[in-house]
Ligand binder design. Sequence first.
Ligand SMILES: Cc1cc2nc3c(=O)[nH]c(=O)nc-3n(C[C@H](O)[C@H](O)[C@H](O)COP(=O)(O)OP(=O)(O)OC[C@H]3O[C@@H](n4cnc5c(N)ncnc54)[C@H](O)[C@@H]3O)c2cc1C
Length: 426
Amino acid sequence: MSAGHGDWDAVVCGAGVAGLATARALDLLGLRVLVLEKQRAPAPIAKGEVLQPSSLDVLERWQVLPRLAERGAVPLERLMVRDGAGRRLMLFDYLALPGAHRGLLALDYPLILAALRESLRDRVEVWPGALVEAAVPAGGRLSGVRVRHGGRVRELTAPLLVAADGRSSRLRAAAGIEARPVAYPHRLLSLELADVPEQAPEVTSYLTDQGLRLAYPLPGHRLRLYAQVPPDALRGADPAQLRGWASGLLDGTPALRPLAEQVRAGLGSRQLLGLWRYRVARLAVPGLALTGEAAHCVHPMAAQGMNTAIADAAALADCLAEQGFADRPSAAAADRALLAYHGRRRSWVRHIDLMSHDATLMVTRPSWTGRLIGRQLLRRIDRNPRLRFQATYNLAGLGIRPFTALDRLHQLGLPDPRAGRVPAWT
Ligand SMILES: Cc1cc2nc3c(=O)[nH]c(=O)nc-3n(C[C@H](O)[C@H](O)[C@H](O)COP(=O)(O)OP(=O)(O)OC[C@H]3O[C@@H](n4cnc5c(N)ncnc54)[C@H](O)[C@@H]3O)c2cc1C
């Protein structure tokens, strides 16, 4: 084993969105950053494709936005919840939001990663094929990592380590932080549809008797379609069973029938994805920050995971700048910043977790009564512009404004005298 030379102010483990966003944020502080990524190239997995306005603000500051546009990112104006026939249940109207970015952006996850990576300057190095095996403690804190790279194992030290190594984070485990994932009682089948005629600029959630179907356009006349399926459905299904399943999907979602041909052709692109929920109790320990899915995981239906990872990275950089780490990257400054980072992000992560879970329950409950209640609640929010604005504001990542107990009563049918007004706090 050879030792590192302390060439880095920060070592970031993982080059998913959390790792690359963290690298970009630290890059802009003028820090020397090393990113270690076990894969040689990003896996073509369908995830993290919809960016919220709060992320667009950050990505604009980081000069990443033009690189997303170059890659054909699709601007979207709303998130619309519909029934299977396409009738409106609830509109999340992003055009009504305050701020510079009143919309969403959809792009393939590997292309978002490529845009982030391309934005990194010379002081940031990315090592693909570098597996982080363990964290190295020294002086009561974590001060380095053991990494296997290019047939060698070496120890690299830095005043700041970042665990951006995803759901089964080794660094999280090394820090003694537990995640305790809880699985959702369904999976998502992901299909990529090609040659799709022009679509409305929206993310559409279709609530059907068979569960949620989520669709949004991607560049190049493609459409991402997710379908909620029972946990054991379609495992090892043969082509005839898959075609039968697709016919059932189209019968249950008449709004998708014009795309029947594309759905059948898209079966070859299917991926079956398990879904979990967790958030850690501590977002940092001395020497180490957790960002992205190393720290929290939510159901994808509300499109929050990648956005929370980007916000983690921005908040960590702010804390480091405030504690003088950018001017003098010492262990002491890092640890002060890590404490501040935990304090600043904790309530956000909790808010995102509760909001995503609530939204998920509303649209994925399989029972007849669960579906009925979910639809009722959505219709009531839709009829109340104030609550509709508030729900969109939360999803967009612009602030923490959960529904109060009184709001919940309005959602259940109590008349709301303030329904027509935009909330005063905007
Ligand atoms: C179906 C689906 C759809 C989604 N859609 C959205 C969406 O529209 N919007 C949204 O905001 N979020 C969405 N999400 C969530 C989003 O994809 C995740 O929150 C985000 O990808 C997490 O990024 P990450 O960098 O933390 O983890 P990852 O993307 O998993 O990256 C972790 C990286 O660390 C590397 N790594 C792991 N262990 C090691 C090691 N020991 N050494 C070195 N490298 C290591 C991995 O190879 C990987 O590249 C979706 C998720 C799913 C499953």
